[in-house]
Design a protein around this ligand. Structure first.
Ligand SMILES: NC(=O)c1ccc[n+]([C@@H]2O[C@H](COP(=O)([O-])OP(=O)(O)OC[C@H]3O[C@@H](n4cnc5c(N)ncnc54)[C@H](OP(=O)(O)O)[C@@H]3O)[C@@H](O)[C@H]2O)c1
Length: 214
């Protein structure tokens, strides 16, 4: 599968490009700076330029699926939360519809299901993620939404805890590498289409954890 990774230079994005290539897929790494091209190639991806605040949609040409794992990051202001996490994500959905990219996996965030959760300082971010998720759910795309909890740069474990219900409590932080592997598992399991899955660190092998019937 040709998978466009939006945010390919990010923490999850880097892991994901490598894991897609290792799994026999053809990753396209979309980045916003040509200086990042070599790093995408080194991970087995085809680099392309795409800026969520500028020219973006043509970078999806020829892709079968897209993964949104870009983000404004914790060091920018709320204006970037609006422009990247909300509007940028919506632009990706529209661009996929325009370019015939039917399959979409979004990296959302745990509390997007309850944006008025604590801490109060993160509420605007969760609102942005939730509104982007709602837009994706209403689109024509075959979507899977992953809502990981706090991310770490710990080593991959190959195991997670996944929750399909909306009213459960939090869990352990999760390595970015395990979220990346969960994306690969979702792309390879059409049973996850239409699902919103909360992800935590855990003990269940990833391929089993993301199965709705598992
Ligand atoms: N941090 C957490 O604990 C947490 C928890 C749950 C969910 N998430 C979500 O998980 C996802 C991945 O997180 P992460 O920490 O792995 O991400 P990250 O390392 O912060 O990477 C984000 C990527 O987005 C790219 N980006 C930013 N603005 C862009 C633009 N205008 N056009 C194109 N690309 C742009 C950045 O590009 P540059 O490399 O050029 O800066 C960067 O590579 C994000 O959607 C985040 O919101 C994070």
């Amino acid at each position: 599968m040709r998978v466009a990774v939006i945010g390919a230079n990010g923490g999850i994005g880097r892991e994901l490009v490598s894991r897609l290539a290792d799994a026999g897929h053809d990753p396209i790494g979309i980045v916003r700076d040509e200086s990042q091209f070599d790093a995408v190639r080194d991970r087995g991806g085809e680099p392309r330029l795409g800026d969520l605040e500028g020219e973006f949609a043509p970078a999806l040409e020829g892709a079968d699926a897209a993964v949104f794992t870009a983000g404004s990051g914790g060091d920018t202001g709320w204006e970037k939360t609006l422009l990247i996490d909300l509007w940028g994500a919506r632009r990706c959905v529209d661009a996929c519809a325009e370019y015939g990219v039917d399959r979409f996996v979004a990296i959302s965030a745990y509390n997007a299901s309850e944006p008025l959760s604590e801490p109060e300082s993160l509420r605007p971010y969760w609102v942005a993620k939730r509104c982007a998720d709602d837009y994706l759910e209403r689109s024509s795309l075959d979507a899977t939404i992953l809502r990981p909890t706090r991310l770490t740069d710990d080593e991959a474990t190959g195991r997670v805890s996944a929750r399909f219900e909306f009213r459960d409590e939090g869990g352990d932080a999760i390595p970015r590498a395990d979220v990346a592997q969960a994306v690969v598992a979702c792309l390879e399991n059409d049973g996850t289409i239409g699902e919103t899955i909360r992800l935590f660190g855990g003990d269940t092998p990833i391929e089993n954890a993301i199965r709705p019937d598992g």
